[in-house]
Ligand binder design. Structure first.
Ligand code: FES
Ligand SMILES: [Fe+2]
Length: 356
């Protein structure tokens, strides 16, 4: 080939493209990203859901633990009867953090700064120095529960729903082990929950094959505070037959038969601040499948590894995504419904003034 031919060839590659025919012009869609705003948390409050704050084992009698929650901070402690309580962390006098040196005195929380005390309802009962308690001096008290080895708070004055047993066995028939994922997920909790109705990604990211993928709308049972479905399939060669669902916006669960044995697993989400999620995985097995302590520990660890690997498969995508509701297809019908569910889900921030 001569140098002359090369120059001609190169010049040809810079020639203007032939203009499109009229009909092509007519069918071309406008170049505009087609998206609908997603329901960002913290704009009109936060989802009124149950949020896991810490392990049960982290709060012993007499402890006051501080936890970041809903762009603010709360304290978690136990009353004398052992029941957990969750209140806003900042003293109503001058804002000292009650987790930074506060003490439990006869079931009351005493502030380390000037000894104001707060009773079981979060009301200030004494100012330490003896001055009358100013009207309105109180902490925000959250509805609380303790389940699956975790202490939870509900975002509201009162809980709109309770966390059910979830698994089809009573908890004394199970070994249940909670864990914490050290990764700070840079998305709101509902974005992680949206993976459950996102059947397309179950196939691509998690390797689940199932004939049920084409029956999405028949299979998913929606209820006021979540949805549930059963699916049979194969994950990377291992047969699975299980139930999956979402409660509120912060609880993902699954349970059923994997590789011939019953298992249960949760992924539950705290929201320490806007656009961030702390993920607690919880795993469960039948006690009857693990009669010795060694078997219990190794089987729970195996299930936790499966659950952790699954979360890790999502990690790279969730770390970098700019989550939006863009152009969807037929397989995304459950996901589309979930977007509407999140948009219509009750939101509130009754503790806002207390948490900051
Ligand atoms: S800041 Fe708590 S008693 Fe003063
Ligand atoms: Fe996923």
């Amino acid at each position: 080939m001569t140098g002359h031919a090369n120059v001609e060839q190169e010049a040809a590659s810079y020639l203007p493209l032939p203009s499109k025919s009229d009909s092509a012009e007519k069918t071309r869609k406008p170049r505009k990203r087609l998206t609908v705003e997603v329901a960002e948390e913290g704009v009109n409050g936060y989802a009124q859901s149950w949020y896991p704050l810490c392990f049960s084992s982290e709060v012993k009698a007499g402890d006051i633990k501080g936890v970041d929650f809903l762009n603010g901070r709360v304290i978690v402690f136990r009353a004398k009867d052992g029941n957990p309580r969750v209140m806003s962390a900042y003293c109503s006098h001058l804002g000292a953090d009650l987790a930074a040196g506060g003490e439990l005195i006869d079931d009351k929380v005493r502030c380390p700064f000037h000894y104001w005390e707060y009773d079981a309802n979060g009301q200030c009962s004494s100012t330490g120095i003896g001055d009358p308690v100013p009207p309105g001096a109180c902490l925000f008290k959250f509805p609380v529960c303790e389940k699956f080895g975790l202490i939870w708070a509900f975002n509201g004055e009162e809980a709109l729903w309770e966390i059910p047993q979830i698994f089809p066995y009573s908890h004394d028939q199970l070994w249940i082990m909670p864990d914490i994922d050290p990764f700070d997920w840079p998305v709101d909790p509902w974005v992680l929950s949206a993976n459950t109705p996102d059947w397309n990604h179950l196939r691509v990211v998690h390797g689940l094959e199932s004939p049920d993928f084409h029956r999405v709308d028949d299979i998913i049972k929606w209820h006021k505070y979540g949805f549930h479905y059963h699916i049979d399939g194969v994950v990377r060669g291992v047969p699975i037959s299980y139930d999956r669902g979402i409660l509120g916006t912060t609880i993902f669960y699954m349970y059923g038969i994997y590789n011939g044995k019953w298992f249960g697993a949760l992924s539950v989400f705290n929201q320490p601040k806007k656009g961030h999620t702390i993920h607690y995985p919880v795993v469960a097995i039948l006690r009857s499948d693990a009669p010795t302590e060694a078997e219990r520990d190794s089987k729970l660890k195996d299930i936790l590894t499966v659950a952790t690997n699954m979360a890790n498969e999502d990690k790279g995508i969730m770390q970098a995504i700019r989550y939006r509701r863009g152009t969807l297809t037929k397989v995304d019908s459950a996901l589309a419904k979930f977007f509407d569910y999140v948009r219509n889900y009750p939101r509130s921030n009754p503790a806002e003034d207390f948490l900051r």
